[in-house]
Design a protein around this ligand. Structure first.
Ligand code: ZN
Ligand code: ZN
Length: 180
């Protein structure tokens, strides 16, 4: 997944990797595994690297399936993830030399800017990061997940507990007894 910049053509360079065919993306899957992710599918990346010297942009999308923990009921579940991303890439050498460095930063204000050195652009660490970013901040096993009962800890998706019938103590009830 190391791209030689001088060998890229101007304009669009389509890219496609699958961890079942590409050993480097397979290595990313292995690394994510040692970080604690339980991966349930192949890792897939498709994208287009736009080369418009001195600017480079990467539009990409990821597909994978990883076991997640529901933030409401704490059960594990699998759900396929699809993630689109866009990155601006800049040659660190050219960037240092450029007098209009501020301009580059301004142009990419809405985009994450990634620097690379030399004539090679290694997609491996970059994709590793994007796979991690593709995980939702808060994940639910399903939109309607009822969570667990705060009193008895029963998973309310599986069964109802009796706690729901206990009326909550109403601190304002006492006010009704006060006569003004
Ligand atoms: Zn849940
Ligand atoms: Zn309960």
């Amino acid at each position: 997944m190391k791209l030689v910049i001088s060998q890229l053509k101007d304009g669009e360079n389509p890219l496609s990797f699958d961890s079942e065919k590409d050993p480097e993306l397979k290595a990313v899957a292995r690394d994510l595994g040692t970080e604690g992710f339980k991966i349930l599918s192949a890792l897939k990346f498709q994208g287009i690297l736009h080369k418009h010297e001195p600017d480079y942009y990467l539009n990409g999308n990821l597909d994978w399936n990883v076991e997640q923990v529901c933030s409401r009921c704490a059960e594990t579940f699998s759900s396929p993830l699809h993630y689109d991303f866009q990155l601006a890439l800049a040659h660190s050498g050219a960037h240092k030399k450029a007098k209009n460095a501020d301009l580059v930063a301004e142009e990419s204000e809405d985009l994450d800017l990634v620097f690379f050195e030399g004539n090679e652009l290694d997609l491996k660490p970059l994709l590793h990061e994007q796979f991690v970013l593709s995980l939702p901040f808060k994940s639910l096993c399903k939109e309607t997940c009822k969570g667990v009962c705060q009193h008895c800890g029963i998973n309310l998706n599986r069964q109802e507990c009796k706690c729901v019938n206990i009326p909550k103590e109403n601190p304002f009830l006492v006010l009704k007894t006060i006569t003004l």
